[in-house]
Structures are given as structure tokens and as C-alpha cells.
Design a binder for this molecule. Structure first.
Ligand SMILES: [Zn+2]
Ligand SMILES: [Zn+2]
Length: 109
């Protein structure tokens, strides 16, 4: 929590000209944040190790089966499952699910 050096009002996060700043809620005094990442919120979960992906509610019986080498059990077939991300313009994330041991592999573009 930061306070205005001019009037002591509460400084609240704001964006001015595309820059993240702190703006006084009382007099409008603006302080540029030296660290622009302070108020950044990421909704993306990245760098997930591909071998710990968990898929729930996937009915594999309706999924197409392709040739895929499973590193876990040596099986050479896997179901293909495509998960559409929330942003419609992004490509779907593809998962391979081993038909034998059900280990899930995530495909990285
Ligand atoms: Zn102020
Ligand atoms: Zn397997």
C-alpha cells in the first residue's frame, strides 16, 4: 500500500498512456512504477512438464487413434485429444493419450 507524497491520499494502480502507474485517488498525482511487472497478472500456465498433464472427463472411446510411441510402456498407439484454449484464435493444444497405460503426452507446437 502506497500513499501520495503530495496529499497523503491512497495510491491506486492505474494505466496512463499504456504505462502502469500509481495514481492518487484523492488529487490525481501520478507516480510511474519502476517495475512495470508489479501489477501483471498471468492467466497462462506454461512450462508444465509434459508428463504430469492430467485430463479429466475425456471419453477416449470417441477419440481417433494414431501411431504414437509411448515412452512409458513402449506402446505405439495413442488417442488424440484436442483442447481448445479459451482464446478462440489460438491453436488447440493437442494431447496424446497412450491406449495402453493412459499416460498423457502434451504436444508442443
Ligand atoms: Zn494526492
Ligand atoms: Zn503407454
Amino acid at each position: 500500500m502506497e500513499f501520495c507524497p503530495k496529499c497523503g491520499g491512497l495510491m491506486v494502480p492505474s494505466v496512463v498512456n499504456g504505462k502502469k502507474v500509481l495514481r492518487c485517488s484523492r488529487c490525481g498525482y501520478i507516480v510511474e512504477k519502476s517495475n512495470p511487472g508489479t501489477y501483471r497478472v498471468s492467466h497462462r500456465i506454461e512450462r508444465t512438464p509434459k508428463d504430469v498433464v492430467t485430463l479429466v472427463d475425456v471419453d477416449v472411446s470417441v477419440l481417433p487413434v494414431v501411431s504414437f510411441k509411448c515412452e512409458n510402456c513402449g506402446n505405439d498407439k495413442a488417442y488424440v485429444y484436442e483442447l481448445q484454449t479459451r482464446a478462440g484464435d489460438e491453436p488447440a493444444t493437442r494431447f496424446y493419450i497412450c491406449t495402453k497405460c493412459r499416460k498423457v503426452y502434451r504436444e508442443y507446437a
